[in-house]
Ligand binder design. Structure first.
Ligand code: PBG
Length: 320
């Protein structure tokens, strides 16, 4: 035999030398949930190791992450009140806005990303304005712009619209330009599927729709060509980073988007992907360290530059 591929797998040193994919702390983004109050650190039952924080404890968590080498977080808010149009999402003293300031006051270099969407702030739990049982596109845009601007004003470095309304990236980009926030980045949830794997998140963020589902705005899991269309549109509209979500079940889509843009590609290793592994580990059915790394390497191998994942602390600790 002339070719013996096993020669390159002979020992750990050789395997590390020829490894084609790397996982770095710099690639990782930790999602954090912030709610009103003081001294709060409440565990989220369906997501072991993940908590609800108040703005003060949020900064402590950011500090811990920073010390572990995790330099970016994405914030989700649980507001004081909800209404039809999600107005609590754009208050200057809203919970996310206070969270941003608290992190920036304590860990100024931390890259703060904010999720921009209405579902956490609306009484009906949909990501847009609802009239007669329908989620309306264009009337939603002004609310998204307002929310994104309020995050920028509070000091956010990156806004991440996750609503899937058409034209929202352009609207937000124009809003930021007009108000002098031309340096604020947009990481758009460009390719976001209507996925059952958001289940634990919706419990954590109290954002489940009160009627119907999100299929009239989020993408159909059966589609892949549509992913290229969505990614291209958001790029044209002024996005800086394109995200695919979920990640692990959609590795083909991550690769497709990677091959069709020159922008950085992020992939969201969502709550259900996290909880599924945690549950199997608790049952003794899977090895956590091994499966976690395999999951994240797979996402990198598919072409993601950045990964949003609830495993940040565990990975950072493992990387030594
Ligand atoms: C808000 C939003 C969701 C997630 C991120 N932003 C939920 C949804 O679209 O219903 C899901 C994140 C996760 O599952 O980890 N629109």
């Amino acid at each position: 035999m002339l070719m013996r591929p096993r020669r390159l797998r002979k020992n750990q040193v050789i395997r590390d030398m020829v490894a084609e994919t790397t996982l770095k702390r710099e690639d990782l983004i930790q999602p954090l949930f912030v709610k009103p109050g003081k001294g709060v650190k409440d565990p989220i039952p369906s997501m072991p190791g993940i908590f609800h924080f108040s703005p003060d404890t949020l900064a402590q968590e950011a500090h811990e992450l920073w010390n572990l080498g995790i330099k970016a977080v994405i914030l989700f808010g649980l507001p004081e009140f909800k209404d039809e149009v999600g107005s609590s999402g754009s208050l200057q003293d809203g919970v996310v806005q206070r969270g941003i300031k608290s992190i920036k006051d304590n860990v100024p270099e931390m890259l703060v990303i904010t999720d921009v969407c209405l579902c956490e702030y609306t009484s009906h739990g949909h990501c847009g304005v609802v009239r007669e049982g329908r989620v309306l596109n264009d009337p939603t845009l002004e609310h998204l712009v307002k929310q994104a601007l309020s995050h920028a004003m509070a000091g956010a470095d990156v806004v991440a619209p996750s609503d899937m309304m058409d034209g929202r990236v352009r609207a937000i980009r124009e809003g930021l330009e007009q108000e002098g926030f031309q340096d604020v980045l947009i990481m758009s949830y460009a390719v976001k599927y209507a996925s059952g794997f958001y289940g634990p998140f919706r419990e954590a963020a109290d954002s489940a729709p009160q009627f119907g589902d999100r299929s009239s705005y989020q993408m159909d899991p059966r589609n892949w060509r549509e992913a290229i269309k969505e990614a291209k549109l958001d790029e044209e509209e002024g996005a800086d980073i394109l995200m695919v979500k979920p990640a692990f079940g959609y590795l083909d889509v991550v690769r497709l988007v990677r091959d069709n843009t020159n922008l950085p590609v992020a992939a969201y290793n969502v709550s259900g992907e996290y909880s599924m592994l945690k549950a199997a580990v608790q049952l003794g059915w899977l090895d956590e360290k091994r499966c976690m790394l395999e999951m994240l390497y797979s996402i990198k191998r598919a072409g993601a530059d950045l990964i949003l994942t609830y495993f940040c602390k565990e990975v950072a600790t493992l990387l030594g």
